[in-house]
Design a protein around this ligand. Structure first.
Ligand SMILES: [Zn+2]
Length: 165
């Protein structure tokens, strides 16, 4: 084999490797959460409590990727300021601790005394009866996801310092 031909062969295999490395499978479905490793896309805190975590599948500059959050409130705040991002799907962890549910399939309770990582007091249950049980034992009220607002409960905000300039 001539050295030129050998060189061409090498070059073409390098090209194939380079192409393979670039073609990621498209992100789809909810992300796998790595507790203590993943950080919130909004506040930068480690995600330690999957029950209160949230996730979104987004499209940015033609690429699909996941964004994960330590608190549903963080996801809502992040959505308000995200630019150039298309949100394709959203999930929340659940009080019952059985993984992600699509936010539109979840049963949300706001304003209860359940402490969430960033004090938004937004909890999601996988079942209607579990959400009722939270309201009975911890207060708050049930709302559909579309009505959930990222507000810090007044009684809990004493120690929170606003980030406004
Ligand atoms: Zn956060």
């Amino acid at each position: 084999m001539s050295s030129t031909r050998m060189c061409r062969l090498l070059m073409s295999s390098v090209c194939v490797l380079a192409i393979e490395a670039c073609v990621d499978p498209e992100a789809s479905g909810p992300p796998a959460l790595h507790g203590g490793v993943d950080v919130c896309a909004d506040c930068g805190m480690s995600i330690l409590a999957p029950n209160f975590a949230a996730a979104a599948l987004i499209e940015r500059e033609g690429r699909r990727e996941h964004a994960v959050f330590d608190d549903v409130g963080c996801m809502l705040l992040w959505k308000k300021q995200a630019t150039g991002v298309r949100i394709l799907e959203e999930w929340s962890g659940t009080m019952e601790g059985n993984g992600w549910v699509r936010v539109n399939d979840g049963y949300f309770v706001v304003g209860s005394d359940v402490q969430t990582p960033m004090d938004f007091h937004i909890v999601c249950c996988a079942s209607s009866s579990a959400a009722d049980a939270v309201v009975r034992s911890r207060g708050g009220s049930r709302v559909p996801y579309a009505s959930v607002q990222p507000v810090i409960a007044p009684s809990q905000s004493n120690q929170a310092t606003p980030n406004s300039p």
